[in-house]
Ligand binder design. Structure first.
Ligand code: AMP
Length: 186
């Protein structure tokens, strides 16, 4: 078992997208997570950015934890330190949440958005108090940040809701912020 101190959950695309900078940033992030001796928690797929981040973490000697529903049509990554099969998507997301100390939204599609906003809304109503970060490579998430500001401006979320997500432009900046989060907790 590869040693780890904290666990960091990533939500990301099961596709690669079209911006090469995103794939490179996700690979760098996987490697940095392993370098910090943090366990990578994710959805156990080996397709798209999910595969990229897990491969990078493994190659850098990091511990990896994946959870995936038994009947998920995604390709499964069997090369993990811990692979858990769940009965359904709700169990998967709950397991990922309870096994993590921080969350990162990487570029991705609708599945990524759904998973990310579940932990955002759970933090909003006090189900957990763990930090949540966005990796905004190439401004990928700018439209989402604009939408969040609009939701707040329209009175559907508190002014402070924008602080639920901490936005970073680079993997190094993001990892530095998570380190600061962990240091302030200990
Ligand atoms: P995507 O961002 O759509 O490529 O999906 C990324 C992740 O979201 C993968 O782990 C998928 O298994 C997961 N996912 C896909 N569809 C859903 C869904 N309807 N609800 C929750 N998660 C999903």
């Amino acid at each position: 078992m590869r040693h780890y101190s904290k666990s960091v959950c990533v939500y990301c695309g099961s596709s690669f997208g079209r911006d090469r900078r995103i794939v490179d940033a996700v690979r760098e992030l996987g490697s940095l997570i392993a370098g910090e001796k943090w366990r990578l928690v994710y959805g156990a797929g080996n397709c798209g950015l999910m595969g990229t981040v897990a491969d990078a973490a493994r190659e850098a000697g990091g511990n990896t934890f994946g959870a995936i529903p038994v009947h998920m049509p995604e390709q499964i990554n069997f090369d993990l330190d811990c692979l858990v099969f769940t009965g359904n998507m709700h169990e998967r997301k709950s397991l990922m949440m309870t096994n993590s100390d921080a969350f990162i939204g990487l570029p991705g599609g609708f599945g990524t958005l759904e998973e990310l906003f579940e932990v955002v809304t759970w933090r909003q109503i006090g189900i957990h108090s763990k930090p949540i970060h966005l990796l905004n490579t190439g401004g990928y998430w700018d439209p989402l940040i604009t939408l969040m500001r609009s939701v707040i401006a329209n009175g559907f979320a508190k002014e402070t809701a924008i602080e639920l997500l901490s936005v970073s432009d680079t993997p190094r900046q993001l990892v530095a912020k998570i380190k600061a989060d962990f240091n302030s907790q200990s």
